[in-house]
Design a protein around this ligand. Structure first.
Ligand code: BGC
Length: 786
């Protein structure tokens, strides 16, 4: 007979074993992502698990004032050190963690890993997006996407946080270098081509920053105040195209408020427009620490909060418990995230090497850089240059600025400087001058205070070169090259003085080099190694040639020499205007916005700034739309760029003279010069002005020819639909092509087509209107809003 005590012990043991068995069984029978359908997986999740999935694992960089991961998450090793963020895994249900990494010019990860000193993890630094857009060639954007996506995959990353595609509204925009253009058609087409390229590798993208994030000033608390028409035609259109033409896995909402509501909390933007109007099927993530109300973000359809903060998870659970966030809304968000996880390499357990083929990417970086450089001036065909001795001036000649700073930066193994590129290209440079510059740069850098993480180091002033030395150099060298450098980066907008304009030493350098070299019959070339437009009108007449190289990526020095030497014939055109002076910019008076006195901060973090407002009162007259409509002559116009050959355009031919549904436009392009090259074909439409005012003309299509030999002709065709002719009418919330005569211009040739009556292309809902009416700029007699 068992004693009572002994029996009790047995009962307790048996009960414990049964409980254990049941848990194991529950685990085994819990639905598994991929094996069971997504809805079953969602049903099996606890509220805590759902919220875990929707709030990232926290910010791994240790920056004072920014919340970090939970203690529990800190213990989970990162799959890819230095990646911008990751999502929570839920192993019980077969849900893996996703790894997300910046950015637009290449994969941003830690090049050296803790606990792994045997290998390095440098990634390729590609040229900036502004350069890619200046190629006006979607095939170039696609090729960069394919190459970058391969690195994303090989590093074991799931989603690349790119492309960035906000409008370059003002030349001082701090992140313009990460964006494509002042024109939404170029931004949209380039982004779509890039996304399609990246995603062929089985990894995802995040088009960002959705939307109207065209300034950095107080960026986490700045309200972009924009009229409905400008919103649709300028700031949303590129995103719409990218969504429809490339299906990016994710969209990143922006930091700013839009007409009073945080974009990440705007149901109008993220659900009514993005999902219902545009048919978007992926998920939306917030920008890092963006927004002020986690539950509102969830309701609006901002499915993932990045990098994720513990208090956000608590707030969402609270909202579920008190009913302010419904179970349906929560489940909908979880489902959308799971649907993308199903596509990811982490879910598919795709093997990855951690060691991408950097050599082939470097080749893509070099070729791309040559495609987007813009030859601005070339008096008496100074360029291309035969190999000769070069006197090389300017800090950036020896310390090339390959890319911008912040999250758009890339940890690249090397940067090919211009002096290295020239030497590799069989040019000779003055070695003594090189040594002086190298010493000067090293000394100046040593004097700089340390730069905070992500921030841009202050620029180094140019060195003064004594006239006697210039005399000697002018005697000994065939030509002078002066490189002017401008870095640019996240968090801060650029300034007019000494950034948009030249510094006094730069002016003096151009002045003295030009004078002394010209006296000796030697020519002067300026290389602009810059992230955005700058003032050129006051000094360009002093020099013989100007080459805009942008921030050309790690192979920049080679690429510049490919152009200077004529190995590659330049074919880049400006996708952003170079104004004569800053005051000519339509948003000169309202950019970057103003702080709102006395307003209470919505959020407090070291990068948040204070509440501010950016009034976009130039309306649709952004970039060239302003200059051409208001008759303001820029220094170098949108679409401008020279070649070493000449092209002629034949007459514009139309398939019909009356517009019904669509029209085919064709033009013959002939290389009439002496060397082979490519030409950009830009199609502009001047629309009739009935009820709506219109810009003088707008870019409605573009293409690049193939490589044409001298004498060779290519016929390029475009098909325009009514949407391509339409404007957005805020009074009726519709896209409308108004009746009348449309002038279609390519090069110097124009053809006209008639539209018999108004065509309403799309009827939409009124969305995101400004709270108070904006007094916008309008062309005509009263050409002012101020
Ligand atoms: C930037 C994003 C970036 C994110 C992650 C933010 O500061 O605005 O563009 O993707 O950081 O690094």
């Amino acid at each position: 007979m068992m004693s009572r005590r002994y029996r009790l012990k047995w009962i307790i043991l048996a009960a414990a074993m049964l409980a254990m068995f049941q848990t194991v069984q529950a685990q085994n029978t819990a639905p598994q992502l991929g094996k069971n359908n997504v809805k079953e997986v969602v049903t099996a999740m606890t509220t805590e698990e759902k919220v875990k999935l929707l709030v990232g694992m926290g910010f791994n960089e240790d920056i004072a004032g920014l919340p970090g991961p939970s203690e529990e998450d800190k213990k989970i090793p990162e799959k890819v050190q230095g990646a911008a963020g990751r999502t929570h895994a839920i192993p019980r249900l077969g849900i893996p963690s996703l790894t997300l990494s910046d950015g637009p010019a290449g994969v941003r990860i830690a090049p050296i890993r803790k606990g792994d000193t045997a290998k390095t993890y440098y990634a390729t630094g590609f040229p900036i997006e502004t350069l890619i857009a200046s190629s006006w060639d979607t095939a170039v954007a696609n090729r960069v996407g394919v190459a970058m996506g391969r690195e994303v995959r090989d590093f074991g990353i799931d989603i690349l946080l790119a492309p960035a595609m906000n409008i370059q509204r003002n030349p001082l925009g701090g992140r313009n270098f990460e964006y494509y253009s002042e024109d939404p058609l170029i931004a949209g087409k380039m982004a779509a081509a890039f996304v399609n390229g990246v995603q062929t590798n089985g990894v995802g993208t995040s088009i960002k920053h959705f939307a109207v994030n065209s300034q950095e000033f107080n960026r986490m608390q700045s309200n972009s105040v924009v009229g409905e028409r400008a919103l649709r035609e300028i700031y949303l259109k590129g995103f719409e195209m990218a969504i429809k033409e490339s299906r990016p896995w994710t969209v990143m909402s922006s930091y700013n408020l839009l007409n009073g509501t945080y974009t990440s909390q705007s149901e109008d933007l993220l659900t009514t427009l993005l999902r219902n109007e545009w048919g978007y099927k992926g998920f939306v993530m917030s920008d890092w620490f963006g927004g002020s109300d986690a539950a509102a973000q969830m309701r609006a359809g901002n499915e993932l909060l990045m990098p994720g903060v513990v208090s956000q998870a608590e707030d969402i659970i609270k909202a579920v418990n008190d009913g302010t966030l419904s179970k349906e809304q929560l489940d909908r968000n979880v489902e959308r995230v799971l649907n993308i996880i199903l596509l990811s390499p982490s879910f598919k357990q795709t093997a990855f090497s951690g060691q991408p083929d950097l050599k082939s990417s470097a080749q893509v970086a070099r070729e791309t850089a040559t495609e987007g450089m813009v030859l601005l001036k070339n008096d008496n065909n100074l360029l291309p240059l035969a190999t000769a001795k070069v006197a090389l001036f300017g800090n950036a000649s020896y310390d090339l600025i390959a890319g911008g700073t912040g999250s758009g930066d890339v940890n690249k193994k090397h940067v090919v400087s211009l002096d290295q590129g020239l030497t590799a290209g069989s040019f000779t440079i003055d070695d003594e001058l090189k040594q002086t510059y190298m010493q000067f740069i090293a000394d100046q850098k040593a004097k700089r205070p340390p730069t905070a993480p992500f921030m841009m180091p202050p620029p180094i002033a140019e060195m003064i070169v004594a006239p006697e030395r210039l005399q000697k150099l002018a005697g000994e060298s065939a030509v002078a090259i002066i490189t002017l450098g401008r870095n640019t980066g996240e968090f801060v907008d650029r300034k007019v003085e000494n950034d948009f304009t030249l510094t006094s030493i730069e002016r003096e350098l151009i002045e003295s080099v030009s004078q002394i070299f010209h006296e000796k019959g030697k020519k002067v070339i300026v290389v602009l190694n810059v992230g955005g437009p700058m003032e050129v009108a006051s000094w360009r007449d002093k020099v013989d040639a100007v080459l805009l190289t942008w921030l050309p990526g790690q192979e920049g020095g080679h690429a510049i020499v490919d152009i200077l030497s004529g190995k590659v014939n330049p074919s880049g055109k400006l996708a952003t205007t170079f104004p004569v002076k800053y005051d000519d910019v339509p948003s000169a008076k309202t950019f970057p916005g103003k702080e709102l006195p006395g307003a209470k901060p919505f959020i407090v973090n070291p990068f948040a700034g204070v509440p501010a407002e950016a009034l976009y009162d130039e309306g649709i007259y952004v970039g060239y739309r302003y200059y051409n409509t208001f008759g303001v002559k820029p220094a170098y116009a949108f679409g401008y760029g020279m070649s070493y050959t000449n092209f002629s355009f034949g007459p514009v031919k139309l398939s019909n003279s009356k517009f019904v549904d669509k029209v085919t436009v064709s033009v013959a392009v002939t290389n009439t010069g002496k060397v082979a090259g490519k030409e950009v074909v830009q199609l502009y439409v001047s629309a009739p002005k009935q009820k709506l005012k219109k810009p003088e003309s707008e870019l409605r299509a573009f293409a690049k020819t193939r490589f044409l030999k001298p004498g060779e002709t290519q016929v390029v065709s475009f098909t325009l639909t009514a949407k391509d002719l339409a404007s957005f009418d805020p009074a009726t919330s519709s896209w409308i092509a108004e009746r009348g005569s449309y002038a279609i211009r390519i090069g110097a040739s124009t053809a006209k087509i008639d539209l018999a009556k108004d065509v309403v292309v799309e009827k939409r809902r009124k969305l995101m209107a400004p709270v108070n009416e904006i007094k916008e700029l309008v062309p005509g007699a009263s050409a002012s809003r101020r």
